[in-house]
Write a protein that binds this ligand. Sequence first.
Ligand SMILES: Cc1cc2nc3c(=O)[nH]c(=O)nc-3n(C[C@H](O)[C@H](O)[C@H](O)COP(=O)(O)OP(=O)(O)OC[C@H]3O[C@@H](n4cnc5c(N)ncnc54)[C@H](O)[C@@H]3O)c2cc1C
Length: 432
Amino acid sequence: MWDFETDPEYQEKLDWASAFVREKVEPLDFLFPHLQFTPQTDELRRIIDPLKDEVREQGLWATHLGPELGGQGYGQLKLALLNEILGRSQWASHVFGTQAPDTGNAEIIAHYGTDEQKAKYLQPLLDGTCFSSYSMTEPHAGADPTQFKCRAEKDGDEWVINGYKYFSSNAPTASFLIVMCVTNPDVSAYNGMSMFLVPSDTPGITLERNVGLWGEPLNQGSHSLIRYEDVRVPEESLLGGEGQAFVIAQTRLGGGRIHHAMRTIATAQKAIDMMCERALSRETQGSLLADKQFVQGYIADSYAQLIQFRLFVLYTAWEIDKYNDYKRVRKDIAVAKVVMPTVLHDIAWRAMQVHGALGTTNEMPLFGMIHGAGVMGLADGPTEVHKMTIARQVLRNYRPAEGMWPTEWIPGKIEAAKEQYGHLIELEVGNL
Ligand SMILES: Cc1cc2nc3c(=O)[nH]c(=O)nc-3n(C[C@H](O)[C@H](O)[C@H](O)COP(=O)(O)OP(=O)(O)OC[C@H]3O[C@@H](n4cnc5c(N)ncnc54)[C@H](O)[C@@H]3O)c2cc1C
């Protein structure tokens, strides 16, 4: 059964969310830009807490986990429909309790955590009373986790962590970190690494630098270089089994990647909205920009790119709900991840061009979107590595040709067709 409609009851909620984000949340982007990942002051909370309450009243708070995982969500497809609204605003996913990296972190605790771990770490995340960070990348190795060195060694009933982690998003405000460590260097990295739940105030954790993205002030960013030095945690801090880090990481990153893709639909749609408004507002050489064929081409190409991307992301979300198994949907999540930066980049670039000089300035959000496209090509793994995943998965459905010639070699096909039907037809006809 294929259906491209949203049920009317949920559509009402989406309509509410759309108006709420535009009217009440987007203004926060201008009053408190880039402050979502900083400790929230009383002043901020006076504004944000009542907004969160409104979201709760609508039953739209923290909907990334379904009831089977302890959340109150409606599944990934409905989350996609919501996220394609929330992605318009930097603050919206915070106000709705679905911000990265907490959603992915909550997901792995829900999947792999013990009851005690869920009570201590998942519940506060779902309640919105704390933030978390995912500490996997190291300064010398990101795309290739088999090179990680950060080590956890058993000492009695404790684990002792030593090493560096880099680009741990949100670490400055996180109450706890999920740290990926080598626990057995003598086996393959795929079996020799484990995940740990580590409270941020554990002695031995130092945030050496808080790296900012382009446009943010130096050392005031939210992506930390962290030194773990003799950080002792009890054995109950192990998330999942010993040696399970790779399996857990796939679950963590699968969710994170598709959620970024969902939000990117909204950002790209915003760029199209801006492009169309400008095209209808600006006249040059005797006609509106909207009447110039080049500009019409920008609009048409942008619409075509976004609608393909959107349908694919919704389809992938539907697959996740259907199979409830990220591994099975891994190829399509990788496709969404690979396509996302190009779609956002191309559309934002065209919108910037149509705005002329104004588009390039810090008075418009367009260059920020283009930078965001670059970030999307790296966060949760570089595009190149995801393309390799896609190709490997696609190739699994193929076998080498049996003989010297390709299966679709036309002379071979003609011979086979003659053998099949030759006794029924005049072979002299045509080129047979
Ligand atoms: C905004 C942002 C947030 C992030 N948040 C987190 C976080 O919360 N936690 C965390 O642990 N990490 C985080 N990261 C880090 C991210 O996961 C890494 O940047 C990513 O995995 C790539 O690692 P790297 O930066 O070390 O690049 P490298 O591994 O050095 O790769 C650099 C480039 O080399 C090329 N390359 C690499 N491998 C291959 C290959 N196999 N084939 C062909 N080309 C290749 C690609 O062009 C790639 O971009 C974040 C990154 C960004 C940008």
